[in-house]
Design a protein around this ligand. Sequence first.
Ligand code: MSP
Length: 517
Amino acid sequence: MSGAETYYVTTPIYYVNDKPHIGHAYTTLACDVLARFKRLDGFDVRFLTGTDEHGQKVEKSAEAAGMMPQALADQNSANFRDLAARLGCSNDDFIRTTEPRHIRSVQALWSRLVEAGDIYPGHYEGWYSVRDEAFYGEDELVAGPNGGKLAPTGAPVEWVKEPSYFFRLSAWQDRLLAYYEANPDCIGPQSRRNEVISFVKGGLQDLSVSRTSFTWGIPVPGDEAHVMYVWLDALTNYITAVGYPDQSGDYARWWPADLHMVGKDIVRFHAVYWPAFLMAAGLQPPKRVFAHGWWTNEGQKISKSVGNVIDPVALIDRYGLDQVRYFLLREVPFGNDGDFSHRAMVTRMNSELANDYGNLAQRVLSMIAKNCGAAVPAHGEQTDEDRDMLGAAYALAGRMRDSMNRQMFHEALEAAWVVIRAANGYVDRQAPWALKKTDPARMGTVLWVLAETVRNLALLTQAFMPDASGRLLDQLGVPETARTLACCGAQSALAGGTPLPPPQGVFPRFVDEEGAG
Ligand code: MSP
């Protein structure tokens, strides 16, 4: 075990009622980029994803498909596991809530909550949305068609009346507010933090945490007529995966999680219910929950009934994996909603990846191949412009690290592009091709400054675009052992004379079938 600082990051676990779509891919990718960045930055990282397999929604979907819930879960969980692999995800674990380790963990947590006096038996009577797996108060509902009522999310609701255990959430209002207050970074972005705080200030009702009208769930210890509310079950996955109920070893090492990444629709579960359950059980709440926005498709809300669901695998097949990874994290300020469109995707691919980054690397590497004997050029005395260029490249690691610590992926990439654009301007002004005859030593210095700039860029884009960045580093002769973020900067600069392989483009232009874009 190394002495490195730990970083534990999680995705939500995905419902197995359906196939993976762009929303799932987005959350998982964001976590992967963070996990990779942190690993490159010397952290000992644990990255968890998985599937949420119990509850009424999954039970009903299985019924509709004429399958047993476990069979449906097995089939769809495999789809999510495959998607993570197709996305190039570096997750260390993939948890399923039907695994014995999880059932044991949830039942242990339940027993702790009972012992603590925070769970009591009663009756629930009220609205429930199976699609959201959420209870709603009358005052939260909105008008639906034909005088009916809908959840605030637009999901159908039904009236439920059944015996139920309750979690004493109302007793946690002040302690939750104190936790938010004492931990200014525990919810991001700020707008979501404000939303959560005002929700909690509005008063909390005890939460129904068991159901008796169906059976697809984890049995309540000592009262098997009840299965646990799927959100209590699901949230617990984050501690199961680090060994709970055993609190030594992995748990001590990784908990509390550094980051639960979630979509904006599930903030309340993660930032209100989850810390309350944990604190009631005498466990520490997570360090941070960050909520990202939602994607639309060509301006339209994504929905199965509209038939405009985006299949992430189809995107990868069409545009390329690194390109999709780049686009999703660059296109919208992380935390805001975003629109996926073919035109926006092609514009980013062609103008930013092919023209800006790709061209810079191509120009530099092919000039070196042609004019410097296929080896890193030697460099002589530096001008102010050289120093400015290198200074910008060397400052990038610090800039990007700061953005990544706030989950501002778009900002991190923009910082890289500021350097890329500056480097393209520097090439144009220095015109190394014209120096070949007049001042070959100066040409060597200019090309070295540029190669060094591309090296730093490629190190820092590895987390976002692992394949293309790796190939750039190969072409710069950077050994695998010199690809961590500690190698950004002058101390690991390229040594003149290092032999280089023949250059190859890594960011092809997208040529539209119709010739558009
Ligand atoms: N099973 C729960 C999470 C339990 S975590 C303890 C769940 N699953 S889900 O499969 O419905 O959704 C998972 C994630 O996908 C959520 O974070 C949600 O915000 C995200 N997205 C679903 N549709 C989306 C878009 N159209 N755009 C972006 N993300 C969206 O909720």
